[in-house]
Design a protein around this ligand. Structure first.
Ligand code: BGC
Length: 754
């Protein structure tokens, strides 16, 4: 007899009702316990940039209070750090706080792609690029799981807007899913083995993600080997038995006894195989057993240290977008008065609204931090209110303060009401009151440093025209004020690079004409062309390109070496030397892009396939090596991941529009043979190795017409004709013995795969 594991023994001794109960939550944040068998309940809690543990009143949109925990910068910030090690460190801190607060599963990270800058939840997502999102997500998950806490990668899949998010049907082709919307999930699943994956609310090609068998079972488990369990987004399950059947293992939150009853009834009616339910229970218990065991290990969380970590991450994620004549960093001791203007300096916007809303352990405002960081006189003016009513007097006061100061640090951004989980934005501009204020302040004093707080990107044309320096802080977490002061006075270097293109204007954006859909359907008409893939393909100007960001020092890129040890195999590496050519320490992100100009399918001009963050002292240089695996060259074709032989372009540099290093490599991988049939065109037959041979042999039998059609001169004319039509036309001048069906049969027999 094979040994039966304790979990399988549990499953065997459970009643149908107990099993149906286990795959459905007991409460808002808890699973059911089975006391009879000593199976305890598990606590799941949001996520992703802090622990939102609610003890009394509960909700899924952060309305009620939660236990204090560190509010780290949100994902639009941390994504901009391009630093997986830093994300792993943050993950470890999140894991430790979860353990201390008694949380077993932290609901995050979100690795959905920023399809449009309008998505209200973009502050919770890393990037417009799947490779980047996957690398950052995997690092965060590794960190969380290293503390014995489960992560929940969300929201699988194609959850890229808030409008109608609970039911919208996303119409998207498989290649786009495989190349753009899946890879971040795939990377996290394969590399970081998360305990759970959270399914999305929306439908994908007609089926709710919560009951999408292809998504939850075929792709997630079959293709990627996911060995954790799938939890529903809160309230995403529509049909509980169908969800279990499709591969969902836990419905959250509890629906009372409605879902368990429906599952029991489905099993009793023979509509749901009990073995499928057993499998879900066993997956759930396997993960829970591991998480429960790790509860016993010693763990502590140093909240002061985590505050300092949040401060470091915020600085490493901030993107310096402009810095004309080196206006930044400011001297902390020399110079005249500094005007600090903008309500955000006093009332920081440091996180987004909705389920990720954390109750911070501390909160520092920039004004206090700036005062502490400098001996220079500070004059403050709020400049505007968040609701923008009657701001004229505030504008006047700010102008007066600006005019009397040597430099202005102007804190602008999106108020909380402008972006949130649950709804999308409708434009990319800052509120009118802030734009008026900027115009007036810049007239009074042209030395303006704009510091931005926003989750999703804002169009910056107007600001760039008026302010010599722009520092994008994103939603920088509870220490964002200190981080801003560190950056303004050069105590820290702005380490962030854009993980999302900043467009010139909304109509330029990829999803513009397909957003946010209508009649319950959103069509991903732009296909693969999301983010820089779109701007590069359509040769559009951008405000600031993907990957861009300045520092207080400068870097030079030289000596690119691409090595593909065996051209018959699509894998290799790229070496690049980076030198710090300035007089301060700093970090830059080496980015490697791959393009396939000779492809048989439409492909983006370039795609990010590797990156490395390099910290260098003045004068220091380092050679970094970035590996390229098969996927770096592949596209998703009719028979899966496909690499075609031919030339590939490898580019490297500091951002997607500044790639000083370029090399071509030729891959000699076997060509993927087209599968020929009677509907394949004459040209496809001629270009196919055994097809061409077979056709040549058949030519004689076809007579004059057949021969003429297949000649090089006539090929442009007849090349697109299906073989069946070619043979029928040939019949007109063929000898009497020629028979179309026999000829077709002969030809097909000669190209049949052996
Ligand atoms: C959000 C999830 C979150 C869940 C629980 C949902 O509305 O989409 O991201 O984890 O609520 O709060």
């Amino acid at each position: 007899m094979p040994e039966v594991s304790p979990i399988h023994r549990h499953v065997r001794s459970m009643t149908l009702e107990e099993k149906a109960g286990l795959v459905s939550g007991a409460a808002f944040w808890e699973t059911r316990a089975v006391e009879r068998l000593g199976i305890p309940a598990i606590t799941l809690t949001d996520g992703p940039h802090g622990v939102r543990l609610q003890r009394q009143s509960v909700d899924h949109l952060g309305i009620f209070a939660s236990e204090p925990a560190t509010s780290f910068p949100t994902a639009s910030a941390t994504g901009s750090s391009w630093d997986p090690e830093l994300l792993a460190e943050m993950g470890r801190a999140l894991g430790a706080e979860s353990r201390v607060l008694g949380v077993d599963v932290l609901l995050g990270p979100g690795v959905n792609i920023k399809r449009s800058p309008l998505c209200g939840r973009n502050f919770e997502y890393f990037s417009e690029d799947p490779f980047h999102s996957g690398a950052m997500g995997a690092a965060l998950v590794r960190g969380i799981e290293s503390q014995g806490v489960g992560a929940s990668v969300k929201h699988f899949a194609a959850n890229n807007q808030e409008t109608d998010r609970m039911r919208v049907n996303v119409e998207v082709d498989e290649r786009t899913l495989r190349e753009i919307y899946f890879p971040a999930f795939e990377r996290v699943v394969r590399d970081a083995r998360p305990s759970t994956v959270m399914c999305a609310y929306n439908r994908v090609n007609g089926v709710f993600a919560s009951q999408h068998r292809w998504l939850l079972t075929d792709v997630l488990r079959g293709d990627w080997g996911f060995d954790g369990y799938v939890v529903s987004d809160w309230g995403a399950v529509v049909d509980p038995p169908a969800a279990v059947e499709a591969g969902l293992d836990l419905e959250m939150p509890s629906t009372g006894d409605r879902s368990p009853r429906a599952i029991v009834a489905a099993v009793q009616a023979g509509e749901l195989d009990e073995a499928v339910l057993d499998q879900a229970v066993s997956r759930l218990l396997t993960v829970h057993e591991r998480l429960i065991q790790s509860r016993t290990a010693d763990v502590s969380a140093d909240f002061d240290e985590h505050h300092e970590l949040a401060r470091r991450i915020a600085a490493d994620s901030a993107v310096l977008l402009a810095n004309e004549s080196g206006i930044l960093p400011l001297s902390p001791s020399a110079g005249g008065d500094i005007a600090v203007i903008g309500e955000f300096a006093l009332t920081p916007r440091y996180q987004g609204a909705g389920s990720s809303h954390i109750n911070p352990t501390r909160l520092t405002d920039a004004l206090t931090s700036i005062r502490e960081a400098t001996s220079r006189a500070i004059r403050f003016a709020p400049g505007f209110t968040f609701d923008g009513e009657d701001d004229a007097a505030l504008h006047d006061q700010a102008v007066e303060v600006a005019a009397r100061s040597e430099v202005v640090v102007l804190f602008l951004g999106l108020p909380a009401s402008a972006e949130s989980e649950g709804f999308d934005r409708t434009h990319l501009l800052l509120p009118e009151t802030q734009r008026t204020l900027l115009r007036r302040v810049a007239e009074a004093n042209h030395r303006v440093v704009v510091v931005l707080s926003n989750g999703g990107v804002v169009a910056l044309g107007e600001i760039a025209a008026q302010a010599p320096a722009i520092l994008e802080m994103w939603l920088g977490g509870q220490a964002t004020g200190e981080a801003a002061a560190d950056l303004l006075f050069g105590v820290a270097e702005p380490g962030g690079r854009l993980a999302e293109t900043i467009p010139v204007a909304l109509p330029h954006t990829p999803a513009y004409i397909n957003w946010p859909g209508e009649n319950g359907v959103v069509r991903y008409g732009e296909g693969l062309y999301v983010g820089y893939r779109w701007y590069d393909k359509t040769e559009r100007e951008v405000g600031f390109p993907f990957g861009f960001g300045l520092g207080y020092t400068t870097f030079a890129y030289t000596d690119m070496k691409v090595s593909v040890p065996d051209p018959a195999h699509a894998s290799g590496s790229v070496e690049v030397t980076v030198a710090n050519t300035g007089d301060r320490s700093g970090a830059d992100v080496v980015q490697v892009y791959v393009g396939d100009p000779e492809s048989s399918v439409n492909r983006p001009v370039r795609e990010l396939k590797g990156f490395a963050k390099v910290r260098l002292n003045p004068g220091e240089r380092r050679t970094v090596r970035i590996d390229l695996d098969e996927r770096a060259f592949a596209f998703w074709g009719p028979s899966g991941w496909t690499v075609e032989p031919g030339v590939f372009v490898i580019e490297a540099g500091p951002n997607s529009r500044d790639l000083p290093l370029r090399e071509e490599v030729v891959l000699e991988v076997p060509a993927v043979a087209t599968i020929l049939d009677r509907n394949s065109t004459l040209e496809e037959w001629i270009r196919h190795p055994s097809g061409a041979k077979a056709l040549q042999g058949a030519m004689a039998a076809m007579g004059q017409m057949g021969g003429a059609m297949a000649s090089e001169e006539m090929l442009p004319l007849f090349g697109s004709m299906p073989l069946r039509t070619v043979l029928n036309f040939a019949l007109q001048s063929a000898p009497e013995t020629f028979d179309v069906d026999t000829a077709l049969g002969d030809l097909l027999a000669q190209v049949e795969p052996v």
